[in-house]
Design a protein around this ligand. Sequence first.
Ligand SMILES: Nc1nc2c(ncn2[C@@H]2O[C@H](COP(=O)(O)OP(=O)(O)O)[C@@H](O)[C@H]2O)c(=O)[nH]1
Ligand SMILES: [Mg+2]
Length: 229
Amino acid sequence: MGDSMIAPSIEYDYLIKFLALGDSGVGKTTFLYQYTDGQFNPKFISTVGIDFREKRVVYRPKTPQNAKPYRIHLQLWDTAGQERFRSLTTAFFRDAMGFVLMFDLTSEQSFLNVRNWLAQLQCHAYCEDPDVILVGNKADREEARVVSQARGKELADKYSLPYIETSAFTAHNVKETIETLLEKVMMRMEKTIAQIHFLSTKSKLHKSIFPVRQPPVVSPTEEKPACAC
Ligand SMILES: Nc1nc2c(ncn2[C@@H]2O[C@H](COP(=O)(O)OP(=O)(O)O)[C@@H](O)[C@H]2O)c(=O)[nH]1
Ligand SMILES: [Mg+2]
């Protein structure tokens, strides 16, 4: 593990857990390593089950202008895409607040499997509509690309997800991916806190604090992919 793993102090405002998922070999481990340690690790080390990396960041709300920045302790959970670890890794889905759903721009199969990963998420995440960012990785391998930017964007739009193309090799858009996801999660959190305030001032009982359960990502008219849960 890198320096970011050494003796983190407990002084932070929020502990936020993200989880990376997607087929084996798409670049999840390399991406997270690049984010936390700022390096490309060329060694292919197959993730066994689950692992995590940590990093401290400061989140500045966009509004109001003088909003207090939050100190965030980010925990980035790394899953193994292999089928045999699925029951282990899906148990961790429940704990995560945001998801980096990754495919490999040079692998058609990994792109086709995005739909299955979304179905897994709907089954196992804390709510049916969690914050997810769709990531097409290995953008540096332009000569080997088989999934166009337009197709990636089209799929993301279908599920109302942000779409971003990254390279864990050159670090292109790696930081931006985590920042975009953090922005979404923090906005949801602020909305939830505002709802709690509203409810408590009305002296009403509320069962769900965070997360708030919302309508599913897949619209009712669409065929919902089968879930193994
Ligand atoms: N060229 C290139 N190779 C990458 C990139 N990301 C990962 N790789 C390589 O792809 C292979 C699989 O990466 P890994 O992070 O282990 O994938 P995971 O199974 O999803 O965790 C490794 O050989 C990495 O070096 C990238 O953005 N560009
Ligand atoms: Mg891995």
